[in-house]
Design a protein around this ligand. Structure first.
Ligand code: UDX
Ligand code: UDX
Length: 464
């Protein structure tokens, strides 16, 4: 059986970086080279100021870096040397042409596959790590087999289930590892080779082996189910607000039913992140493509509910501030799509800010990890107004107290722990009155804040 000594990973992002760091940490005899076209990112991986913020990651990187973990921009050399190549390039939703707004853009995956085919001189196992539409492995195989230089390729699907902010723990203690491959002797051998790597630290019974397409579809399905739970509880949060029920009580009550379970039932201003929306859009696109419009419409509703939740939150702010926010300062606490990450992809903050800016509010933001440049880039991407106007109307602060000073309202967008321990009395004293607080995550002690004088509106909490 193939014993793997050298691995290459194309894509040094949120998935490729942490995954390879942990493989290198747990398999000291395997040389792991992470490559990327972005030289700046590669340079950052070589410092103690890593390009992504992820608790515990620096310790893992430091343990393996220079020993058997390397970061490089020499993609061809790393491909040539490796027996196994992971593809962790990004697969954004297409912004043009056929499938625009829904299908995944596989440009980077295809480019990487072509590069692998051109450069390889020895047999390789190619592992899809990026989330991809079902049957992408088939396209990768087709591309690889077109190059007739006698090299044999096996393609595996090994989807990532790590969540940002807890990536290191998720990689160390996964619920399961999924490996899909061809059910041929060569395919099964490749599956075993990858199983052996994970078996360095993951119990074998947690390593699930499937056929290729089942593995690909499982990733989309897992994310669709998780996102569906959030949209379901968010739909109930709207009902709670008008009937006076408390969504956290409802979530707790239903979560104690072991058939439902307590996780992913936290009502919020809407889910974000690079995966949920993209994967569901993918599922919708696939269902339509294969002539299943009812299936497509079913999953599309999860996205519709999420968009509604973000809009509803912004509308609530405007409505509560006497139907006008024009010229009023509104502070957003948090810009990242969840706590403990600097990732802002599809964050609800972008859409809430954009809606408030369209109503001519002065928006001020504080996030402990997200730089101002990322916030402006996120807003500019929407193209609602010229970049110069975004710059003028959105102010970014490096301190929560400054962001909230003289504000008419504060909106909690991200559940950063440090927001719980702010001096809320001081914040209240420095705000315009009446001082409104919109809690999009229900992380604060509303009773205490009400006693201080805040007017509180929280997701899924009826008036009392
Ligand atoms: C991941 C997954 O791979 C994707 O499928 C998932 O749905 C979203 O998250 P992620 O690691 O988060 O991607 O993306 P990103 O942080 O953007 O990293 C991708 C890296 O690939 C970037 O650093 C980019 O420079 C690099 N890249 C891209 C290449 O090296 N070569 C290319 O051709 C394209
Ligand atoms: C997700 C999946 O969890 C992971 O398995 C997959 O590999 C990648 O996509 P990630 O997007 O990093 O991970 O974070 P996750 O913790 O799933 O949160 C996604 C979004 O849902 C965040 O905006 C989060 O705040 C929100 N969320 C999550 C809720 O609003 N309520 C919840 O109960 C849980």
């Amino acid at each position: 059986m193939t014993k793997i000594n050298t691995i290459c990973c194309i894509g040094a992002g949120y998935v490729g970086g942490p995954t390879m760091a942990v493989i290198a940490q747990k398999c000291p005899e395997i040389k792991v080279v992470v490559v990327d076209i972005n030289a700046e990112r590669i340079a950052a991986w070589q410092t103690d100021d890593l390009p992504i913020y992820e608790p515990g990651l620096l310790e893992v990187v430091k343990e393996a870096r220079g020993r058997n973990l390397f970061f490089s921009t020499d993609i061809d050399a790393a491909i040539e040397e490796a027996q196994m190549i992971f593809m962790s390039v990004n697969t954004p939703t297409k912004t043009y042409g056929l499938g625009k707004g829904r299908a995944a853009d596989l440009k980077f995956v295809e480019l990487s596959a072509r590069r692998i085919a051109e450069v390889s001189k020895t047999d390789k196992i190619v592992v899809e790590k990026s989330t991809l539409p079902v049957r992408t492995a088939e396209s990768i195989k087709t591309i690889l087999s077109e190059y007739k230089n006698g090299v044999k390729f096996q393609v595996l699907s090994n989807p990532e289930f790590l969540a940002e902010g807890t990536a290191v723990n998720d990689l160390h203690y996964p619920d399961r590892v999924l490996i899909g491959g061809d059910q041929t002797p060569g395919g099964l051998e490749a599956i075993e080779a990858l199983t052996d790597i994970y078996a360095h630290w993951v119990p074998r019974e947690k390593i699930i082996q499937t056929r290729l397409w089942s593995s690909e579809l499982s990733k989309l399905t897992a994310n669709a189910f998780l996102a569906q739970r959030i949209s379901s509880i968010n739909s109930i949060s709207a009902l709670c607000e008008v009937t006076g029920a408390d969504v956290d009580e409802v979530a707790y009550a239903i979560g104690t039913d072991s058939r439902i379970g307590p996780k992913f039932l936290k009502a919020s201003v809407g889910f974000g992140g690079s995966c949920f929306q993209k994967d569901i859009l993918n599922l919708v696109y696939l269902s339509e493509y294969f002539g299943l419009p009812e299936v497509a419409a079913y999953w599309d509703q999860v996205i519709i509910m999420n968009d509604y939740q973000k809009k509803r939150f912004a509308r609530n702010i405007i409505h509560s501030l006497f139907n006008t926010v024009s010229g009023k300062k509104i502070a957003l606490l948090g810009w990242a799509f969840k706590k403990d990450t600097n990732d802002t992809r599809e964050s609800a903050a972008i859409y809430v800010a954009d809606d408030l800016l369209s109503d001519l509010a002065e928006v001020s933001v504080y996030d402990p990890q997200v730089p101002a440049s990322a916030m402006y880039a996120d807003l500019n991407y929407l193209q609602t107004r010229p970049a110069a106007e975004n710059k003028e109307m959105l102010k970014v602060h490096s301190d929560a107290y400054e962001a909230c000073k003289d504000a008419h309202a504060i909106a909690i967008i991200t559940e950063w722990d440090e927001f719980k321990t702010l001096d809320w009395q001081k914040i209240f004293d420095n705000m315009k009155k009446p001082a409104f607080l919109f809690d999009g995550r229900n992380i604060l002690d509303h009773k205490q804040l009400k006693n201080m004088g805040f007017k509180i509106k929280a997701i899924g909490k009826g008036e009392d």
